[in-house]
Design a protein around this ligand. Structure first.
Ligand SMILES: Nc1ncnc2c1ncn2[C@@H]1O[C@H](COP(=O)(O)OP(=O)(O)OP(=O)(O)O)[C@@H](O)[C@H]1O
Length: 379
């Protein structure tokens, strides 16, 4: 990817490994012009990783590089302090100076310029983040949460950062203002051509905004990739859980089938007899030994419904256990006759919702190409 000047955009490349003061381990890469979202539960290490990138924490071992600049390389004793890193930082709590108006707050990032020029540039950045002229002369207390966050973003950008770090920037902003900030961030991503790292608890936000997701847990990077890839092919059961994947099931991998590239997956249930359990023919990536207990997932794109009377030999008969009608969508839970205890959760909209009532019988088809099998344990 190229920046506005035609140069290769500076990628962020990170490799960290430490046990103290908290465990932190993983490698990641974010190209210029890409938005990478760090997701994971509370205490996963997202903020700690951001602190390493900003130079607020020196890792026990690690390397942080942006383009050709090495900001940290513990093996070579390199560690640039935050002020030498050209990092734009935006936090949840805005961290604005309460006694300065919006222009004054942004001007703080421009102290290297003469005063007149500082104010001109500060206004330019505030225009850029769409803060109205009237709001620009107000102090933070007289601005909404969304407006304050625009000031914080303008202040971060005024430093001409080579890396933009956003730590839960939308958490304190109400839903309506959040939508505007999402649009702003999407525009900035296109214009800036620098790597942007966003920390968020909100998976929907991450999926909507990010080119790349990094899933963290207990200080470790568990998986990274495009939101769609991680959703469709989580590396393990823990990633599936953290991504909120509902249709995760148990199974036993039986090994290759008689069709090249395809293997046999027995769909087991807790307490059910395994002889009676149905066997699916799905993609075989050759990574799992025969006989191993597995988890498997199927995304909603891989699930289709048919009439109960049209159930074929590879389909499943199901019963509607729950149908919650929420405005334009219905959340449905189905139980499958062949797999006691297995529950399939679906979101339905439009005509598919018609006649979807408690107790109704229905046929379910799974697309074997979209079934993803993974090891049972996290690793
Ligand atoms: N300076 C520190 N010294 C020791 N432990 C710390 C320090 N800072 C954070 N921790 C611990 O490291 C772990 C990771 O914290 P971190 O703030 O990075 O998580 P997070 O993923 O950002 O969580 P949240 O989403 O709640 O902000 C937590 O268990 C936290 O208590």
């Amino acid at each position: 990817m190229s920046g506005p000047d035609g140069q290769a955009s500076p990628a962020l490349v990170v490799d960290v490994e430490q046990a103290q003061p908290m465990p932190l381990r993983g490698s990641l890469r974010c190209e210029g012009g890409e938005l990478l979202a760090l997701v994971g539960p509370s205490g996963a290490g997202k903020t700690s990783l951001v602190r390493v990138l900003a130079g607020l924490m020196r890792p026990q071992q690690g390397r942080v590089q942006v383009g050709g600049e090495v900001w940290c390389d513990t093996a070579r004793g390199v560690f640039l302090p935050p002020q030498r890193r050209h990092v734009g930082l935006v936090f949840q709590n805005y961290a604005l100076m309460p006694h300065l108006d919006a222009v004054g707050n942004v001007a703080l990032s421009l102290l290297h310029l003469p005063l007149d020029e500082r104010l001109v540039q500060a206004r330019r950045w505030l225009d850029h983040v769409h803060l109205g002229a009237d709001q620009q002369t107000r102090r933070p207390a007289a601005l909404s949460g969304g407006e304050q966050q625009r000031v914080a973003v303008a202040r971060a950008l005024a430093r001409a950062p080579r890396l933009l770090l956003l730590d839960e920037p939308f958490s304190a902003v109400d839903q309506m203002n959040r939508q505007g900030l999402y649009r702003l961030l999407a525009d900035l991503r296109r214009e800036l051509a620098i790597p942007i790292v966003l920390v968020t608890h909100d998976l929907n936000e991450a999926r909507m905004l990010a080119d790349r997701l990094v899933v963290m847990d207990a200080g470790q990077v568990l998986q990274q990739g495009s939101p769609a890839h991680i959703h469709n092919a989580p590396r393990n059961a823990r990633v599936a859980d953290l991504m909120g994947i509902q249709n995760r099931f148990q199974g036993q991998w039986l090994g290759p089938s008689d069709t090249p590239g395809q293997g046999l997956l027995r769909w087991t249930s807790e307490g059910g007899s395994s002889e009676m359990a149905p066997v699916l023919k799905v993609r075989d990536k050759g990574k799992i030994p025969a006989g191993q207990a597995v988890n498997w997932v199927v995304p909603s794109d891989g699930i289709s419904l048919c009439d109960a009377g049209a159930v074929g030999p590879t389909d499943f008969s199901a019963e509607v256990m729950e149908a919650r009608h929420l405005g334009e969508i219905t959340l449905a839970t189905l139980s499958l006759n062949a797999v006691p205890g297995a529950r399939l959760v679906l979101t339905l909209s439009g005509a598919r919702r018609q006649g979807f009532a408690l107790g109704a019988r229905i046929g379910v088809r799974l697309d074997p190409a979209l079934v993803h099998v993974m090891p049972l344990r996290t690793g």
